[in-house]
Ligand binder design. Sequence first.
Ligand code: WT7
Length: 641
Amino acid sequence: MTDVVDATVSDGNMTPKSDLYFPSPEVVANANVPDYLAVREKALTDPVGFWDARAKELVDWYTPYTQVLDASNAPFFKWYVGGKTNIIHNALDRHIKTATKDKLALIWEAEDGAQRRYTYHDLWLEVNRFANVLKSLNVKKGDTVTIYMGRVPELSIAMLAVAKLGAIHSVVYGGFSEQALADRINDARSKVLVTCDGAWLRGKTVNLKDIADEAVAKAPVVEKVVVYQRTNQAIQWVENRDLWWHELVANVESECETEQMDAEDPLFILYTSGTTGKPKGQLHTCGGYQVHIATTLKYVFDIKAEDVWWCAADPGWITGHSYIVYAPLILGATGLMYEGAPGYPNPDRWWELVEKYGVTILYTAPTAIRGFMRLGEAWPEKHPMSTLRLLGSVGEPINPEAWRWYYKYIGKERCQIMDTWWQTETGGFMITPTPAVPLKPGSGTLPFAGIIADVVRTNGDSTDANEDGFLVIKHPWPGMARTIWGENERYVQTYWTDFAEQGWYFSGDSARRDEDGYFWVIGRMDDVIKVSGYRLGTAEVESALVSHPKVAEAACVGIPDEVKGNVIHAFCILNAGVTGDDALVKELKDHVRHEVGPIAIPAAIEFVPTLPKTRSGKIMRRLLKAQLMGQPIGDTSTLEG
Ligand code: WT7
């Protein structure tokens, strides 16, 4: 590790030296935190001190906290005990009293090219109005409100308004089915549902209100449905239950008091689908969450006053909650939101947007990058995108092939890539570089300052360099989910039992650390395949397959085998115009042998036109495996429609 840390800067531009990409001295000098590696080093021995300082630096408190961390009831940790705050005070209210008031908070572009721009003052007014609407519907502190909308600014406004009142939002991604929505409404016991008539997606409308109606039929707890009109399509209307957003906001005041919350009061629930059928409502709280996300966005994406930040995720996922809706506002930044899907209506729509709005930082997912790779580099090559200065990746391990493509064709070999490892459960980034950290394609580099992560064996010993193990977090952090909504026992069971003796959080991921101390996340533990006693990450074999010029995407599952324990069955989507035949199967097997070793050669390679994915773009290997083995396929509520 020390070699890397000592040699933090290169002598020129960001040029690769062996597999390391060093930031230039200018980039490091201009970073928000140029001495990051030293700060990080110090925080390793005093994480609580680090998070104490950040809470004072980035967030205002109505009443100061008296204790940074209370670990007396582990694993139910408390942060910033006694502190009173509201995330809306920090995201909006306080900016209205400064020059930030007239700065752009949010730029939104619709799929059809329509634009909307909100200053901080505009957004504050909209949030106040919708908060007053919710108040008139009897929403109070501690109530839950379920939000099921397309990618429109009103989704953010609804979330912010709920938080302003001290209520708890539960955003259900607009691509979920009616059953999934009903399950989540029932679990959260929401009396109010906020939805849209429809949503635009690839030039077609998604009938959100119809789906919401069906869900509410299965969730009688709902008393009121607020409908934002987006598509103007024909919908069913239930008198006394359904209410138009635009009619309600026309009749309320545009000032609304912000509720003072305890640091440990709930802020939101966000559901993750687990290996079992029942979704887990991850509960995040008011104090620690905002400190974690504001700190990480400032340090990692280096947000400055003049930046135009584009997190291209959906607000309905944790990435959107933390880094579209809340953290940029806390930092007083300008953010871009695009309504449509990547590559729609034309393959370079995203690159047009980057140029049109002068985007300086782009944060997206490997699955999107691989999608663009498939379309060819001619599209980004048409656009110099000279305003871009930083890139980001999240959601799954980024294969070095996609990393290099992203680096070359989007970042034009100028922009560092922040590969951020984290989870819905963690609230914010956990393992990530900052602009001051040398990069290795495919590695999230080092645990963030104040985060104590390790890769360990079953007995808790740290693994040796390049030895696979369990990715654990050894010290609590402020953005951690506090429990699973209504299921404390399940929370303890899921995250805190594998290393209960040591009191560590188990992420469910496997990883390894290399000789420089860099972390390489392999993937979910349940996506790890043991072949002849060898542990292979599906991501590893997939990365090898995808690095072949004819393969666009790949998914691998383990199939039981009498001799080897498991063998790998690979599914591949080929690039346009390539035919899958026996010769290609052989070619790919040779390729994997070459890339990873003979142990990783798939026993079978099947060419498919599509792969089943969750709506966040993760391949559902579990489903592929069940299909292969003729087993019931289980919960498919998160499957892309
Ligand atoms: C799981 C969490 C965090 C927002 C989006 C996903 C995988 C996430 C990375 C990364 C390797 C990653 C992990 C993790 N993951 N980011 N940069 N490198 N793997 O949130 O849906 O809660 O999924 O996504 O397996 O456990 P999520």
